[in-house]
Design a protein around this ligand. Structure first.
Ligand code: ADP
Ligand code: ZN
Ligand code: ZN
Length: 726
């Protein structure tokens, strides 16, 4: 008889013991067990002959689900590390690491997936008949050659094209076992490889030299300097050795164009993992990669858990991107986990960006990571010149000063595109009464509603609640309600009035809802269907707009005075990334930043000396202020129906650390957003000059905290290396 110590999806920092009377299953195998009236699926974490509980009361397991473990050695080690580092319940860590289909207990053996293929009619149709629907035409012509997994067709051609062809009765779906291109090593075919420039060649050879051993690289290259090309050539060497590559990209950067670039260069299948996949599709990529049947896997944050049979290289593109940090449940940072994984698998890791996170830059400057730099733009592209535009005492309409309008006009008349960046969607951030000053607020968050004219709604951007736009002031019944401030919708409206002869397009999460929508919009921009681009963050991420020669950044002044110590870093990254969209082709570009504070040291440093200089200075400031990355933080958050309850819980948490010599506490204090969705929110920061002290103190007390009576009365979380203090 064996005692199995099992990681169950229960939010407790412990394992659960069960009896197994058959042959013992290997560690990392899934089992089904009774838990109260329920059945749960867990993973065998330890096997022994003893239990700290009364063995006669332990229940037997019900079923061993797998013949071979679903968590290989590397994933087990990563789960171990995550549990320890983030002080998180093991069961939840294991859940996070597994694809959803496996969490639910489905078989880990390959299953049929959905394909699409032509039917008799579709096979014979002259594709010229579809010339009015180019996407459908391309898809059908591809399907006349071979059937495609539906997920791949969706990524490459879009769901609407598939639906139209199905509706027209030209194609059909079928379920079948995919055949793998398992000999991708033989199929490698390198296409259109440019000659690397000197800086690229140095970077590539440094990475190549590290194949087969652990090494972390920061590839710090200005936008358009050819970082992706460095990845591609390093990947080539890895693939040629028969080894696999895992590439992480930000949520928003995973477009068909990105995937296509990798597929095209090597002529092999690329496994893609993003949030738009169905559970079986996700599992498919996971299994193929685990069997070594995919040379390249590209995915967003959680793809860091994709097993590889024969790992060769890890890449984290745009490593500074906030989407790599999970903001709920297990609050892990995929970049940090990538470092641990590269260590574990003894492979090199490349962190690429134009705007390194201060943590990463510090690791490069102290020699923990090798520092590779690309300081010139690849090919002949020039760097955009950067300027601030002083709008003090200037008349502003629709958020724009006259001087900016003149510039827009000039660039449009030269036949170029202009891009306006404003980090606020909707028409205006508030609606107020002109008579009495009353502001319409969300009662659950105590924050103003955003006015969305197109949707005819007031919407709370914090909790998502919405209501119709009132006709009178609630307070004084006046009908004179006016908006305050500017959002993308208003900017679009204003520019249409100023420049009626040019077409504009607005890209924000309202207008670009759905993956293919964004892709369509990006294509229409590059086909020059629009001359004026207006957008939020979405526009700042890695997309190439070769015809944009003018970038305007509006309304960033708020971020200059934020209470969050990371605000300056994030603002500098944003400005640099947005500016990087201009002048990428052979046309020189310019970037203008509208501000009421043109002399602000951050802006001046950034504009005159660039992000690299700013970041090194910002690191000094962090050092003087004893802030991360020079100190280490853990953040307890609590929320409840009453502020007092949340406060009381955190006060009790604080009590455990009050006498600790090496850890000091800030709080409990209200979070930056004190109230959200009707819940009151408080926080407590723990800080230490050494990571080990913080880890030790938390390790000592986390179970006591978990077992506090109040812990079950509030919603609480612990966030290690917190990024989000809202
Ligand atoms: P980044 O990833 O740094 O933004 P990319 O790798 O996308 O830069 O390169 C920017 C552009 O320059 C792309 O169009 C790419 O094809 C081109 N490019 C990159 N390296 C070279 C090179 N060595 N020779 C010619 N063109 C290059
Ligand atoms: Zn009023
Ligand atoms: Zn709200």
């Amino acid at each position: 008889m064996h005692i199995l110590h099992i990681a169950l999806p229960i939010p407790k920092r412990r394992l659960f013991d069960y009896i197994c009377e058959t042959e013992k299953p290997p560690i990392g195998t899934r089992v089904r067990v009774p838990f109260g009236p329920r059945k749960l699926i867990g993973v065998v974490w330890k096997v022994s002959s003893k239990s700290e509980w009364d063995v006669s009361k332990l229940k037997p397991i019900e079923e061993i689900i797998d013949d071979t473990p679903v968590l290989n050695k590397t994933l087990l080690k990563l789960c171990h590390w995550l549990t320890h580092y983030y002080k998180h319940p093991i069961g939840d860590v294991v859940q996070t690491a597994l694809p959803v289909a496996l969490r639910k207990g489905e078989s880990s053996l390959p299953k049929p997936i959905t394909f699409i293929q032509t039917n008799a009619k579709g096979a014979e149709l002259d594709i010229a008949e579809l010339s009015r629907a180019p996407k459908q035409q391309k898809l059908l012509s591809k399907l006349q050659e071979e059937e495609l997994p539906k997920s791949i067709a969706r990524t490459d051609f879009g769901a609407p094209a598939i639906k139209s062809l199905l509706d027209k009765g030209l194609i059909e779906t079928l379920e079948k076992q995919p055949k793998y291109q398992s000999n991708w090593q033989q199929e490698l075919k390198i296409q259109d490889k440019p000659l690397a420039n000197v800086e690229q060649a140095v970077a590539i050879s440094c990475i190549e030299a590290a194949i087969g051993q652990y090494s972390s690289f920061l590839l710090e290259g200005i936008t358009g300097s050819g970082k992706t090309e460095v990845y591609l050539q390093a990947i080539e060497s890895v693939l040629k050795q028969g080894k696999q590559v895992l590439i992480l990209v930000p949520e928003i950067g995973l477009t068909p164009q990105t995937v296509h670039r990798f597929k095209y260069r090597f002529g092999i299948d690329v496994g893609v993992l993003h949030s738009g996949l169905t559970n079986p599709e996700r599992l498919q990529v996971w299994q193929q990669s685990a069997k070594g049947q995919l040379g390249i896997v590209i995915g967003t944050r959680s793809a860091i858990f994709t097993p590889m049979l024969n790992p060769g290289l890890l890449i984290v593109d745009e490593e500074h991107d906030a989407s790599y940090k999970q903001q709920d449940g297990l609050r892990y940072h995929a970049r940090d986990l990538a470092v641990v994984r590269a260590h574990e698998e003894n492979i090199p890791l490349v962190l690429g960006t134009a705007t390194p996170a201060l943590e990463t830059l510090n690791n490069a400057l102290t020699g923990k990571y090798q520092h590779l730099k690309l300081q010139q733009r690849a090919g002949n592209a020039s760097v955009a010149s950067q300027h601030v535009f002083d709008i003090r005492q200037q008349p502003i309409r629709f958020g724009l000063a006259q001087g900016m309008l003149d510039r827009i006009k000039q660039h449009l008349e030269q036949g170029n595109q202009v891009m306006l960046f404003i980090n606020r969607r909707g028409y205006a951030p508030a609606l107020t009464c002109h008579q009495c000053g009353f502001i319409e607020q969300c009662k659950r968050c105590d924050k103003p509603y955003t006015l969305h004219k197109q949707l005819h709604k007031l919407q709370c951007h914090h909790c998502g609640s919405a209501k119709s736009i009132p006709k009178h002031c609630q307070h004084c019944h006046s009908e004179e309600l006016t908006s305050i401030g500017v959002g993308t919708e208003q900017l679009e409206h204003g520019l249409a009035e100023y420049f009626p002869n040019y077409s504009s397009i607005r890209i924000d999460s309202d207008s670009a809802r759905g993956k293919n929508k964004l892709d369509k919009m990006l294509n229409s921009i590059n086909n020059n269907e629009h001359q004026i681009l207006i957008g939020t963050q979405i526009l700042s991420k890695g997309h190439h707009f070769p015809n944009v020669t003018l970038v305007l950044i509006l309304d960033i002044d708020g971020a200059l005075f934020s209470a969050d110590y990371r605000a300056a870093e994030h603002l500098a990254q944003l400005i640099t990334q947005v500016a990087g969209r201009a002048g990428r082709a052979e046309k020189p570009g310019e970037m203008w930043l509208q501000t009421h504070d043109p002399a602000h040291p951050l802006l001046q440093d950034l504009i005159n000396n660039g992000y690299g200089h700013f970041a090194r200075y910002a690191l000094l400031e962090r050092q003087h202020a004893a802030l991360p990355p020079y100190t280490f933080q853990g953040l307890f958050k609590a929320q409840a129906n009453s502020a007092q309850l949340a406060h009381e819980f955190l006060a009790q948490v604080r009590h455990f650390f009050d006498h600790s010599e090496n850890v000091f506490c800030i709080g409990p204090i209200p979070s930056l957003m004190e109230k959200r969705q009707g819940q009151y929110r408080m926080q407590l920061v723990l800080q230490s000059s050494q990571r080990s002290h913080l880890q030790h103190a938390l390790g000592q007390h986390i179970l006591q905290i978990e077992n506090l009576p109040l812990a079950s009365k509030v919603r609480w979380s612990l966030d290690i290396d917190p990024q989000d203090f809202s």
